[in-house]
Design a binder for this molecule. Structure first.
Ligand code: NAD
Length: 497
C-alpha cells in the first residue's frame, strides 16, 4: 500500500474520507509513490472555514512580525533545499539540478515576501484641500486560493501563498494532483516556521475540487497557473462568481536569431531553453525564428541537440528527465508525426528514444524540426516536450510579425549584437516578457511575471508590486483635524480656483 497524501486543515495533516484516490507516479520508473485524494466538498469547506477563522487574527499580526516569520521560513527552506528537490524530482521526473533551481526560484519569492512592510506602503498627499490630507493603506482581502500545475511543484505554489499570506490573507492551496508531495513538504516547513494554524491549508484533487473553490462564496481571490483552456475556464468562472482572478496559461515562445548574433551563445541557449525540463516549462523556447543568414545554423543546432540525453533524476549525465505522463508523451509523438505529415523537415527525431533500464519511462529524445510554418499543428499547439521548431524569416520585421500573429504572449527573446534591432524588437513585440540575449527571461520576484494575451487572463500579475496589489484592497482616507471652530453649513461640493 502506498502512502496516502494528507490534507492540511487548520494546522493539522488529516486523511481525507474520500473513497477516491489517484496514483502519484514517478514518470521515469512508473513506481507509484503515493495516492492523492479527490477531496470531498465538505472537507474543502472545512479548509476554507479554517482559513476564514484564521484570517480574523492573522490580519491583525503586525506586518514586520509577519515578515519575520517569512525570514524563518526562508531559512528552513534553504536548510531543506536538497531534500525538497529530491521529493520534487521523484514525483515530477526533472533532474536534481533542475529541481534545485525550481526550489531556489521559489525561495527567492519568500525572500521578497520578507520585504512586505515596504511593499505594503500606501500613498499620501498633504493638503489636498486647505487643512485636509489624503492617505491610502492596502489591506488584505481574506481567504485566497491557489491552483497550481505539475511542472514547477515548488516555485509556483511559492509564487502564490507567501505573497498572499505576507499581505495578511489566509490561503487554500490545491496543488497539481500529479505532483502534490512537494507542497506537503513546503507546508510542513511553513508550520515549523511558526505560522499560526489555518493560515495555510491544502486540499487535493482535480477538476471538481477546482470548481468547488471557484464557486465558494468565502474565497475572495484565485491565483491559477496551468494550461490555456483551464486558465480561461478558471478566469471566466471565478470572475462570474465575483472573485478577483489571475490565471496564467500556456505558451509558444519564440527566439529570434539575427545573423549578427554570437552563434555559439545562440546554440548553447537554444539547447537548454528548448529541452531543459524536457521542454515542460511555460517559458521554454519551442520556436527559433532564424533570420536571413542565420538559417545556415540549423545543422550546428542539430549537432548540439544530438549530444544531450534524457535520463532519471539522479543520473548526473542526464540533460533532462521524462515527460510527466503517458498522455503527454503520446501528445508529443502525435505532434512530431503530424509535422512529418504536414511537410516539416525532421532533422532530429526523439520519438523512439528509450533510457536503458527505464524502458517504460515517458522519455522522448531531443527533437529538431526544420521548415516549420504557422499553419502546422506542431506550431499551433503547445508541444510541451523536448522539441525545437525552426522557422525562417527574411527580416526582423517578418520575425516580429510571426510572433505577433501567434495567440500566446508569455515570453520571447532576441539574440543579436545590434542595439537597434533589440530596441525595435522590445518595442514592437506583443509579448509580456522579453529577453535580449537571454533565452528564458523570467523576472526575479521584485518585478512581476507578466505574460500577455492568451498566456494570461486577468490584469494584476504574480509577485512583485503587482502581486501585492492583487492580494490587497486599497483604502483611501481623507482627513481634516480642526484647530478652532470654523463656520460650517456649506452643502455644495467645494471648488478651489
Ligand atoms: P493543467 O491545466 O492540466 O492543470 C493545472 C491545474 O488545473 C491542476 O491543479 C489541475 O488539477 C487543474 N485542472 C486540470 N483540468 C481542470 C479542469 N478541467 N477544470 C478545473 N481545473 C482543472 O496544467 P498542467 O498540465 O498541470 O501544467 C502545464 C501547463 O501549465 C502548460 O500549459 C504550461 O504552459 C502551463 N504553465 C504556465 C505557466 C505560466 O506562468 N504562464 C507556468 C507553468 C505552467
Amino acid at each position: 500500500m502506498s502512502q496516502k497524501i494528507k490534507l492540511l486543515v487548520d494546522g493539522a495533516f488529516v486523511e481525507s474520507s474520500t473513497p477516491t484516490y489517484l496514483p502519484v507516479e514517478n514518470p521515469a520508473t512508473l513506481e507509484i509513490l503515493a495516492e492523492v485524494p479527490l477531496t470531498l466538498p465538505e472537507e474543502i469547506n472545512q479548509a476554507v472555514n479554517a482559513a476564514r477563522r484564521a484570517f480574523t487574527t492573522w490580519k491583525e499580526v503586525a506586518t514586520p512580525e509577519r515578515a519575520r516569520l517569512f525570514l524563518k521560513y526562508q531559512h528552513l527552506l534553504k536548510q531543506h533545499q536538497n531534500e525538497i528537490a529530491e521529493i520534487l524530482s521523484r514525483e515530477n521526473g526533472k533532474t536534481f539540478l533542475d529541481a534545485m533551481g525550481d526550489v531556489w526560484r521559489g525561495i527567492e519569492v519568500v525572500e521578497h515576501a520578507c520585504n512586505i512592510p515596504t511593499l505594503m506602503m500606501g500613498e499620501t498627499v498633504e493638503n489636498v484641500a486647505r487643512g485636509v490630507d489624503t492617505y491610502s493603506y492596502v489591506q488584505p482581502l481574506g481567504v485566497c486560493a491557489g491552483i497550481t500545475p505539475f511542472n514547477f511543484p515548488a516555485m509556483i505554489p511559492l509564487w502564490m501563498f507567501p505573497m498572499a499570506i505576507a499581505c495578511g490573507n489566509t490561503f487554500v492551496l490545491k496543488p497539481s494532483e500529479q505532483t502534490p508531495m512537494t507542497s506537503i513538504r513546503l507546508a510542513e516547513l511553513f508550520l515549523e516556521a511558526g505560522f499560526p494554524n489555518g493560515v495555510l491549508n491544502i486540499v487535493h484533487g482535480a477538476k471538481d475540487q477546482v470548481n468547488h473553490l471557484l464557486t465558494h462564496p468565502d474565497i475572495k481571490a484565485i491565483s491559477f497557473v496551468g494550461s490555456v483552456p483551464v486558465a480561461e475556464h478558471v478566469y471566466r468562472t471565478g470572475t462570474q462568481h465575483l472573485k478577483r482572478v489571475q490565471a496564467f496559461g500556456g505558451a509558444k515562445n519564440h527566439m529570434v536569431v539575427m545573423p549578427d548574433a554570437n552563434k555559439q551563445q545562440v546554440i548553447n541557449s537554444l539547447v537548454g531553453a528548448s529541452c531543459g525540463a524536457a521542454g515542460q516549462r511555460c517559458m521554454a523556447i519551442s520556436v527559433a525564428v532564424l533570420v536571413g543568414e542565420a538559417q545556415q545554423w540549423a545543422e550546428d543546432i542539430k549537432t548540439a541537440l544530438s549530444t544531450i540525453n534524457p535520463g532519471v533524476w539522479n543520473d548526473e549525465s542526464a540533460a533532462y528527465g521524462p515527460l510527466i505522463n503517458r498522455q503527454s508523451k503520446e501528445k508529443v509523438l502525435r505532434l512530431i508525426n503530424s509535422a512529418h505529415l504536414e511537410g516539416a523537415k525532421i532533422l532530429l527525431d526523439g520519438s523512439n528514444y528509450s533510457v536503458k533500464g527505464y524502458e517504460k519511462g515517458y522519455f522522448v529524445g531531443p527533437t529538431l524540426l526544420g521548415d516549420v510554418t504557422a499553419d502546422m499543428s506542431v506550431y499551433k499547439e503547445e508541444i510541451f516536450g523536448p522539441a525545437l521548431l525552426l522557422m525562417n524569416a527574411a527580416s526582423l520585421d517578418e520575425g516580429i510579425s510571426i510572433i505577433n500573429s501567434n495567440p500566446y504572449g508569455n515570453g520571447t527573446s532576441i539574440f543579436t549584437n545590434s542595439g537597434a534591432a533589440a530596441r525595435k524588437f522590445q518595442h514592437e513585440i506583443e509579448v509580456g516578457q522579453i529577453g535580449v540575449n537571454i533565452p528564458i527571461p523570467v523576472p526575479l520576484p521584485f518585478f512581476s511575471f507578466t505574460g500577455w494575451r492568451r498566456s494570461f487572463f486577468g490584469d494584476l500579475h504574480a509577485y512583485g508590486k503587482q502581486g501585492v496589489r492583487f492580494y490587497t484592497e486599497t483604502k483611501t482616507i481623507t482627513a481634516r483635524w480642526f484647530e478652532e471652530d470654523l463656520p460650517g453649513g456649506n452643502v455644495n461640493m467645494t471648488i478651489q480656483l
